[in-house]
Design a protein around this ligand. Structure first.
Ligand code: GAR
Length: 194
């Protein structure tokens, strides 16, 4: 089996990135994380990946004359890593259409809601404000519309009496760490296609 080569794009903590790295420690897992790219030099996830001997790069969009040039540079870096798939894991930048089309079918994202509910930010606050009884997370293909691509795996969690945005986020995050490696496995094995 040739393992698929995967880049993970982060902006911060990188706990989903860590879940993917941990899954890929099993030689039977069909993908390996070959590089981690961040738009924030201070993202804690970069140091975690580097500690594991994974190639890392950080580039600030503000240093580029245009978003296209920033995203072209990301593509060049990922091509230098010979990447098959891209996993967005808390990458908090909206991506341009050219970049998304360039990687479409090969780029997936994790989002902390049961899409199509609660696209965008502050998903836990909004679910609580609506009095939702069920919440969750989604791994989906990335398409040009924000958080609109087809879902690959979803997980539900109950909303409990007394939940705060943080307690709900913590419960959802446990499921994120479970379904992201599962979705990447399905993709790498060709069991799901765009
Ligand atoms: C995760 O909860 C992820 O679902 C969310 O950001 C967090 C990143 O945490 N992503 C989004 O909200 C994307 N719109 P992590 O850096 O520990 O993986």
């Amino acid at each position: 089996m040739t393992r698929k080569r995967v880049a993970v794009l982060i902006s911060g903590r990188g706990s989903n990135m860590s879940a993917l790295i941990d899954a890929a420690r099993d030689p039977a897992y069909p993908a390996e994380i070959v590089g981690v790219l961040s738009n924030k030099a201070a993202a804690p996830g970069l140091a975690i990946a580097a500690n594991d001997g994974i190639a890392t790069a950080s580039l600030a969009q503000s240093k580029f004359p245009s978003r296209d040039m920033f995203e072209d540079t990301m593509t060049q870096i990922m091509e230098s890593w010979e990447v098959d798939y891209v996993c967005l894991a808390g990458f908090m930048r909206i991506l341009g259409e050219d970049f998304v089309i360039r990687w479409q079918g090969r780029m997936i994202n994790i989002h902390p809601s049961l899409l199509p509910l609660y696209k965008g930010l502050h998903t836990h606050e909004r679910a609580l404000a609506d009095g939702a009884s069920v919440h969750g997370c989604t791994v989906h293909f990335v398409t040009p519309g924000l958080d609109e691509g087809p879902a690959i795996v979803q997980a539900k969690v109950p909303v409990l009496a007394g939940d705060t945005p943080q307690s709900l986020a913590d419960r959802v995050l446990i499921e994120e760490h479970r379904i992201y490696p599962e979705a990447l496995k399905m993709l790498a094995e060709g069991r799901v296609t765009f």
